[in-house]
Design a protein around this ligand. Sequence first.
Ligand code: UDP
Length: 238
Amino acid sequence: MNITKGEQIYEGKAKKVFATSDPDLVIVDYKDDATAFNGEKKGTITGKGVINNKLTNFLMKMLEEKGVPTHFIEEISDREAIVKKVTIIPLEVIVRNIAAGSFSKRFGVPEGKDLLSPTLEFSYKDDALGDPMINDYHIKALGIATDEELKTLAEMSFKVNEILKEYLLADNIILVDFKLEFGKTSSGEIVLADEISPDTCRFWDKDTREKLDKDRFRRSLGGEVEAYQEISKRVLGD
Ligand code: UDP
């Protein structure tokens, strides 16, 4: 693809975003920096950026082939991908199959309990407010998304769940829960954006239920580099 990298337009906790010579495309550049608890805990997971870039690109491509529109265009290096420029809808969409993390705490459900059906919840993406949980009525009242858009977000998220759950199970990985973000393209289409990685999903080994995701860092369990490598090996074969 004949596009050139322009100036940095954004730096987040785990990624940088660069403009390109095409106004509808940007380049994301994945870092090894790791944060948790709204930036309170900081560290580095060596090699994470490379793994998250490759894993995200691979899974987005697979989802796209199965009918989920995404922002992904092309992987251009170990840490970089070209994606469609979108306006991020300021919501984190969290889908859960098994109780864990904040869900377990909030509802007093032991971590690891199977849920009778997948759940979906929204957080309002605002670091200063600590990403508070937000419901459909709040979202509509604040003009963050319309009814129709909310329906699209939920349908797409549950579809992603079904596809990923089945796909990962073949690699002996249980998809416990995950967070998605969506964006609107210049033509107004809602597409899956951000990343799909051990930073944003809980992955457990199917047999041992060992944690193979960012909880190793969040909870200071150790072995985070190896956990990310294990996911990469199982899903990408490297
Ligand atoms: N998650 C995320 N970013 C956030 C919050 C959550 O990617 O800012 C992911 C997290 O990795 C997990 C899922 O969303 O896979 C559900 O997280 P939870 O609400 O249980 O929050 P946590 O326990 O991580 O604070």
